[in-house]
Each structure stands twice: as C-alpha cells, then as structure tokens.
Design a protein around this ligand. Sequence first.
Ligand SMILES: N[C@@H](CCC(=O)N[C@@H](CS)C(=O)NCC(=O)O)C(=O)O
Length: 214
Amino acid sequence: MALTLYAHPLSSYCQKVLIALYEQDVPFEFKLLSPEKPENEIEFATLWPLKLMPILVDGKRVLRESSIIIEYLDLNYATGSRLIPEEAKSALDVRFFDRVFDNFVMTPQQKVVFDYLRPAGTKGAYGVTQARDRLDAAYAWLESTLPDGWAVGEQFSLADCAASPAVFYASKTQPFRGRFPRLEAYLARLEARPTIARVREEGRPYWKFFPFAD
Ligand SMILES: N[C@@H](CCC(=O)N[C@@H](CS)C(=O)NCC(=O)O)C(=O)O
C-alpha cells in the first residue's frame, strides 16, 4: 500500500483528511497515534518534529498540514470529482472557506477545549471569552453566507471536509442550536453524507475523551 496516514480518529484535522480519503476512495494504511502504539509515535515525531497530526506519507514524500494533504490527494489520487475545482476562481473560493473553517471555527473551538483541559490555576478566562466571541462572530457570518447546498457551489469540496469536524466540534463547545438555523441545516447535511458518517462512527469509541461530549 503506497499511502500511510498517521492520525487519531478523534482528532478534528485527522477527520478532515479521512473524509477526503474516503471521498476519493484512496486506499491507505492507518497508523494510530496513541500511547498504546509507541512505535507509531516515534516514527511520527521523526517525520514531523512539530508533532501536529495528521501527516501522510507517500513513498519518500511526507505531507504535513491537512489542507496540503488534501490538495496532494486531489492532484495525485482523485478518482471521482475533484475536492478543489480545476477552475481557478472557484478553487480560490474553496480555499478561502477552508481557511475560514480552520482559522475562525476550529482554532477558537480548540482554544476553549485546551483551556478546559489545563490544570487549575493556569486557565485563562479572558482568552476563552475571546474565543467564544470569535466563534459567535464566525457563526453569524456563516449564517449570512452559506448557500443551501455545500459551502461553495454545487460540488462537495475541501471546504466541506474542513467544515465537517470544525462545525461539529464547535456545536458542542459553543452550541448554536436555535440561534443559527442555516448553520444547523448545513451541519445536518454534512452529517448525512456517508463519508462523514463513517468518520464520525470511527471516532465514536474515543468520543468520551472530548470534554464537551454529550
Ligand atoms: N494546521 C494543522 C493543525 C493540526 C492540529 O492542530 N492537529 C492537532 C489534532 S486535531 C494536534 O496534533 N494537536 C497536538 C498538539 O497540539 O500538540 C493541520 O491543518 O493539519
């Protein structure tokens, strides 16, 4: 098998890439990053000393950063419709929404989670309030912007791969039910997609470790 993914099923950025792999129906070996597999953790730290998962290995080539991994898969392994449109202007919109979901949804939601997990005495209430405000601002903007289908145009794209874990985890960390109906409907469409349902199912055994799990 040519491709190896170092990842964990609960990790949002790993889920983003897993959705793309399943969408493109690309076979790969999954190397679980967990203390129960120390050999995987050692290989991973050697390949990417910054230790941010996921990474994808293709022969001698190591791909880091979820969006770059998906761009690489799309360029080299796309079997179905492309996750980044070939038409340049649409591709720019897709990349923009990918940045929105990573930077303005996933990043503040991670900040709230990381603060929750910090030891008492080291927590930062100000930073958490800022992150929650940023999430609400992102929700309001998405509510006014999201179309009825996927994030950009008719086609499921990189932007939707990024949106799925970001909006799902954010919906637990900073709930929006009843406040942002378009965003709620978009999340429901995402959750109904088979590749996303599969990824969510694979994360289920670890779900109890997410601090805002319901
Ligand atoms: N910008 C990176 C972010 C990756 C990331 O934050 N991964 C998290 C898991 S969801 C991680 O590895 N965290 C470990 C750490 O912060 O030490 C990407 O898009 O791949």
